[in-house]
Structures are given as structure tokens and as C-alpha cells.
Design a protein around this ligand. Structure first.
Ligand code: GLU
Length: 429
């Protein structure tokens, strides 16, 4: 069956292989020494299965795709408040290397432009530049699931020519944004940009974000879901240089591109994509990379704002086991919207039953909001002179610690609950 997906990828890659528009980046001289026709595409499923097409094993420098990862690491290590005090989350609409800060806060507008990325490096803990880089290197490697190397020639080339970034770092220092020497921070930034990845590494790193911080291939948690949520948010709003709006409309995947020719794109909860093609458009995005992502999104229906179905079809069945006892069987993932609909339905039917039995054993996943709402249902029913029973053998709604609060209304099977409901009705006439 895997051949079907493979064919899709090969076909999409073939469609764009003839495109030769754009130019390789040359402002870092060493970046110009790449094969302009290199073209790799990789896709990782959320359980870590990787499909590859074309030059998926070719290494290139990660460049700005490093930014969301260092930002995530800074959030993870320094905490959200410390990071928010130094880096904003507003799209700037400016070029990636703009020498700018926010007019009011005097901090970088977001972590996806160089100013914000350099500030993020300085927030990663480390007594020396080597320590700090070690932490970053380890984090990227954990996301990719293998030890990544550095392209020393690209590092030296950027370090020798990086006046623009030097200007940015010194400006940040003057505004009190950098907690360290600008040149030390820059050295780490140049090193992080020179880490070598393949499109498959990018797909795996993307899948790690798609899984909320767990690398699906290694099973290792590299950061927590809140950090990933923030990193993906800035990828949506500021990930594609100053073409972010276009990208969200046409492709609709949190993404980040780099001048090395890579693009990483994430479909939360589902998959990660990595593309490599070093010919860049005027904004600095890989020409074929953007086209491939556009096609993938269209053909495979990956836009993250696609409304495919109502997300609240949580009630699977609704029936009476006897006069006065109605059963509601729930299934699927139960989040706020689904729980709201369940409660509203139970409320609307109130005149039709004396006891409502909520059967949740087929619910796959439930979040805290939904759990609280379902747990609160009984109080609401009691106030209306009704009773609510719960069939929850796996403690999805009722946590084991609070089981005693549900004494007499919590059951392991629907039969037990129905029997108890009948007895209770008999007793109370
Ligand atoms: N190292 C590059 C720079 O700071 C990264 C640029 C990019 O990929 O956008 O100029």
C-alpha cells in the first residue's frame, strides 16, 4: 500500500522538476557552491514512517529553518515569560534580515526574522558559546532522530561576511535585548544556520512538531506540547519570510523556509514534510519547494483550515433501554465543541427520561475542558430532578482519584448501568 503514497510524491516531484526559475543564494558566498538542480522531497507520517523522493539524502544547510527550533528550545529552557519579554510574536512583513525592532517594545517583532532568531539564541542557557551551541545541536539532532553535522565551510563563509547580522546583534545589544556579547551570540547563530540536514531530516523534525514534541521515530519527547503550539503559531504567521499571507492562503501549513533551499511544513497531528531545492525566489523561498508544498496541500487536502466535517459528531447512538432510561453512546475524540453538543442534546431531551446514561468507553481521547463538562453534567441533571449515570470503564471522564465522588453512578458496563437504572426507577415508582 505504501507504493500508492510513493507514487503521489514522485508524481508531484516530477511535475515541478522542470522548473528552473530562481537563483541560489550567494550573499553567503559558500552557499552558491551547490547543485542548483538538487531536488528532494520527504514526508513523515505521525507514526514515523518516511517516504522519500529524489535527492532526499542530499545534505544542505538548515539556515533559517533553525529559527523555530531554537525558539522552541529557548521557550523550553528559559520559559515563556522570559522569552516573551525579549521577542514578540507579530508578523513584521519585513525582509528576514531587516535591521529593526518593534517601535514600542524595542524588541524583535518575531523569532522568524534574524533579529528575533539572534535574540532566541541568547536565551538558550549556556556558560560559553560552545555550551550554548551544544544544547542547540543536541536539540535539533533529537528532533531529527540522528546526530547532525555542521558544514564548516558555510559557517566560516557566513562568519566572514555576516556584517548585516552583526549590525542586528549590536542593535539588539543597545536595546538591552541580548544577555551576552553580540559576537558570541552571533557565532552560535552562524553555527546553528550551518547545521546540515536532508529533506528527510526536515520531514522527521516536522513530524516531531506534528506530534506535539515527541519524535515519532525514536519515541523520545524533546519538548512539551505548549512549546510546540507556540512554535507552530509563529510558523503560521511569520514562517515564510514576507510571503507568509500568501502561503497560509494557498498552502495552509505551518512552515519555515531557509536560504539553503529547504522548507519544512507541518500538519499538526498528522504529518511532516521536508523539501529541498536551492533555487530561490525574490523573497528567499525555494521556488520548487513552494510549488511542491502547494501541490501536496491541494492534492492531498492538507490545508489546516479545511473544514471537512463537523468536528462535534460525538454522539454515536441514542436510545432508550426502558421507559425513563435513555442511553447516549459517545465516540471519537471529545474536545470542547463535542462535549458542548452532548450536553445540549441531553438537556434538550430532558423531558423524555428520568435517568440518562452516558456511555464513554468508545471515546478515544478527551481533553480537560470536555472532561470537566461531562463530569459536571450530573449536577445539572440533579438540579432538574434527574439522574445521570456514567459508563466509564477506563476512567476517561472520572479520574481514579475521584471515583468515590461518583459512587452509585459510575459503571463498568452498560448492562450494569441499565440494570441499576431499572432498579432505581422501580424503587422510586
Ligand atoms: N544564516 C542566514 C542569515 O542569517 C539565514 C538566512 C535564512 O535562511 O533566511 O542570513
Amino acid at each position: 500500500m505504501a507504493e500508492l503514497v510513493q507514487q503521489y510524491l514522485d508524481q508531484i516531484r516530477d511535475e515541478h522538476a522542470g522548473v528552473t526559475d530562481g537563483a541560489v543564494a550567494s550573499y553567503i558566498p559558500e552557499l552558491a557552491n551547490v547543485d542548483p538542480m538538487g531536488f528532494g522531497l520527504s514526508l513523515s507520517s505521525s507514526d514515523g514512517f518516511v517516504y522519500e523522493s529524489g535527492d532526499a539524502a542530499t545534505e544542505f544547510t538548515i539556515q533559517s529553518i533553525s529559527k523555530p527550533f531554537t525558539y522552541a528550545l529557548a521557550l523550553d529552557q528559559a520559559g515563556h515569560d522570559a522569552v516573551d519579554a525579549k521577542i514578540g510574536v507579530e508578523p513584521s512583513g519585513e525582509a528576514f534580515n531587516e535591521i529593526s525592532v518593534d517601535d514600542t517594545t524595542k524588541t524583535p517583532k518575531n523569532p522568524m526574522i534574524n533579529a528575533g532568531a539572534i535574540a532566541a539564541v541568547s536565551l538558550v542557557p549556556g556558560a560559553t558559546p560552545d555550551d550554548r551551541f551544544g544544547c542547540i545541536h543536541e536539540f535539533y539532532s533529537a528532533c531529527a532522530g540522528r546526530r547532525l553535522d555542521i558544514d564548516h565551510a558555510v559557517y566560516a563563509s557566513e562568519k566572514a561576511t555576516g556584517s548585516r547580522n552583526r549590525a542586528i546583534a549590536y542593535m539588539l545589544q543597545s536595546f538591552g535585548v541580548l544577555g551576552d556579547e553580540p559576537d558570541d551570540v552571533l557565532d552560535v547563530y552562524f553555527r546553528q544556520c550551518s547545521i546540515k540536514v536532508t529533506s528527510t531530516d526536515l520531514a522527521r523534525m516536522a513530524a516531531t512538531l506534528a506530534r506535539g514534541g515527541i519524535n515519532p521515530a525514536t519515541g523520545r519527547r524533546v519538548t512539551d506540547a505548549k512549546v510546540v503550539q507556540r512554535a507552530l503559531s509563529v510558523m503560521v504567521t511569520c514562517g515564510m519570510y514576507d510571503a507568509a499571507g500568501d502561503w497560509v492562503s494557498a498552502v495552509g501549513l505551518p512552515a519555515k523556509s531557509g536560504v539553503g533551499g529547504g522548507i519544512i511544513a507541518v500538519l499538526p497531528g498528522q504529518l511532516g514534510i521536508g523539501v529541498y531545492s536551492p533555487l530561490l525566489d525574490a523573497k528567499g523561498n525555494s521556488v520548487r519547494g513552494v510549488r511542491v508544498c502547494r501541490s501536496l496541500s491541494e492534492k492531498l487536502g492538507l490545508h489546516f483550515l479545511t473544514v471537512t466535517r463537523e468536528s462535534c459528531s460525538a454522539i454515536r447512538a441514542r436510545y432508550d433501554v426502558c421507559d425513563g432510561v435513555r442511553v447516549y453512546e459517545l465516540h471519537g475524540d471529545l474536545l470542547f465543541a463535542g462535549a458542548e453538543q452532548v450536553l445540549r442534546t441531553i438537556e434538550r431531551d430532558r423531558d423524555d427520561y428520568r435517568i440518562a446514561i452516558l456511555e464513554v468507553s468508545r471515546v478515544d481521547d478527551i481533553n480537560d475542558a470536555a472532561r470537566e463538562m461531562l463530569a459536571g453534567m450530573r449536577t445539572v441533571l440533579n438540579t432538574a430532578g434527574k439522574e445521570g449515570f456514567l459508563v466509564d470503564p477506563d476512567n476517561k471522564v472520572v479520574r481514579p482519584a475521584s471515583e468515590q465522588d461518583y459512587d452509585a453512578v459510575l459503571f463498568s458496563t452498560l448492562d450494569d448501568a441499565a440494570e441499576a437504572a431499572r432498579r432505581r426507577l422501580d424503587r422510586h415508582g
